[in-house]
Design a protein. Sequence first.
Length: 282
Amino acid sequence: MNLYTLLKKPFFSRYQKPWSWPAEAEAERGSWRRVDLDNGRGGTLVGLFGESSSGPARATVVCAHPMGVEAKGFYLKHGHARMLRESGFNVLLFDFNGFGESPDADLLYPADVLAAAKGAAALAPGLPVMGLGASFGAAWLVCALGQQGHGMTAAVMECPFTTLDEYWVRYKVAFAVLKASNVLMPRLLAKLRPVARVRDVADVKAVLFIYGGQDSVTPSSMGERLLAACPLPREQCSMWVIPEAKHTRALTAAPQAYRERVVGLFESALAQAAPRAQQARG
């Protein structure tokens, strides 16, 4: 047990439980294979790789899970993974360090996203890599897109928070630990501020923020701030609010519209990237 493991307990101990395959996706189990990904810091991330179920894959989508016992299983349980595979994409699910089946390491969650993106490129060489994140995972996906060489062509972030302080203020003990950590580890915590890191987002064709009108955890006002701070042209960076959606439940609230928006954004990004790829080959 390291210092980070102890530091995480007030925040994540209730979610760091043994992982199990979601019953809702039992029929899909045989079409996935376990993969161990290099986390880039001397450790591993445990993932699941599923190939497109609708012809040759057009890209690989890396899914960054929300905070919860389900970990990577969130995308199996709620149908995101199946939707993407049926739409012609490979899917890489992974557990952040300390969640699901991934060993605990540190607080560098954006680095976990970068490691997963690199792993996706290695699993399907030559295919573009896209990002999909929800809540906890969406926040770290935002931060990852602000780092050079992230390797992702497009990204969809559902209900990311703006800062850890604003998310954890509802929990007295965790918030007190966080405030102390801000003093003791200011450089580290500065790397974990999506509303600041979004200002560095670059080298991505399209970004979409999704929020729910019934979300009291990360309200759409957070998305408005992230959108305003994003340096990408507005034709490349947009926000969609689903009036009836609760926290992390956009697909459940509007399944057809969600598929059209998310798959449409990935397809648009692929179309934009294709001419440049052809020029490079020429």
